[in-house]
Design a protein around this ligand. Structure first.
Ligand SMILES: Nc1nc2c(c(=O)[nH]1)N[C@H]1C(S)=C(S)[C@@H](COP(=O)(O)O)O[C@H]1N2
Ligand SMILES: [Mo]
Length: 203
């Protein structure tokens, strides 16, 4: 299958590393994953509880707003939808924020996404990967170990929180870490939605 590069992107075989701040150091005893916001009851899951969830393997393209795209990385992880079994959503929940570690703050990084876009096999909290040049291996600490969100390819990769720590359910859309700093709320690479103010894309 021939794939289309989104406008303004180039293909890379390597998987570059990009993030703000330091690299999270995993300690199973203190690690937890929290489901909160517009839910009947907030819940925190242990590492063991998360790793017992059903696994999904899928091949997902990554498009970074800094213009590299990496096709055909195969990930093993837990589909976003598997976490819905733990919470009863309040009426009219339509958006989520996926949170990740940033510089000592478990909820320092976040990215907003529409809930309806995350129900498939291509919205995954991942812990292993492989590609045509690499055999199965753990997600490295720099790529987000022990659990890293990979968004569907219809979103730029900043929507994929490394060192994922939880999901907040929301009735209305709310900007995350990069969205507050001028990046697009909707972030579709095929529409080249890089910045929230489209005049900035001329930079
Ligand atoms: N916790 C956290 N997750 C993050 C970031 C970050 O700074 N902190 N950066 C994002 C950005 S801007 C990109 S492009 C991707 C890069 O992922 P990679 O380094 O695995 O390629 O991670 C995203 N997830
Ligand atoms: Mo990025």
């Amino acid at each position: 299958m021939t794939k289309q590069l989104p406008p303004g992107q180039f293909a890379t075989e390597k998987w570059p590393i990009l993030h703000e701040g330091d690299v999270y150091e995993f300690h199973e005893a203190t690690w937890k994953f929290t489901l909160f916001g517009e839910v009947k009851e907030e819940v925190s899951l242990s590492y063991q509880q998360v790793m017992e969830l059903p696994k999904t393997i899928s091949t997902i393209d990554m498009h970074c707003v800094t213009t590299w795209s990496k096709f055909d990385t195969t990930f093993e992880g837990i589909a976003f939808r598997e976490f819905l079994r733990f919470v009863e959503l309040n009426p009219d929940v339509a958006y989520v924020k996926v949170y990740g570690y940033l510089n000592g703050d478990p909820f320092g990084y976040s990215a907003n996404l529409p809930l309806h876009a995350l129900m498939g096999d291509d919205a995954l909290f991942v812990y292993r990967w492989k590609d045509p040049h690499h055999d199965w291996q753990e997600i490295s600490p720099k790529h987000g170990y022990p659990l890293r969100f990979i968004p569907p390819a219809s979103f730029y990769l900043w929507k994929g929180a490394k060192w994922a720590t939880g999901i907040r359910f929301m009735k209305t859309d709310e900007p995350g870490y990069w969205e507050v700093r001028g990046y697009s709320m909707t972030a579709n690479p095929f529409q080249e939605e890089r910045f929230s103010d489209s005049t900035l894309s001329k930079l």
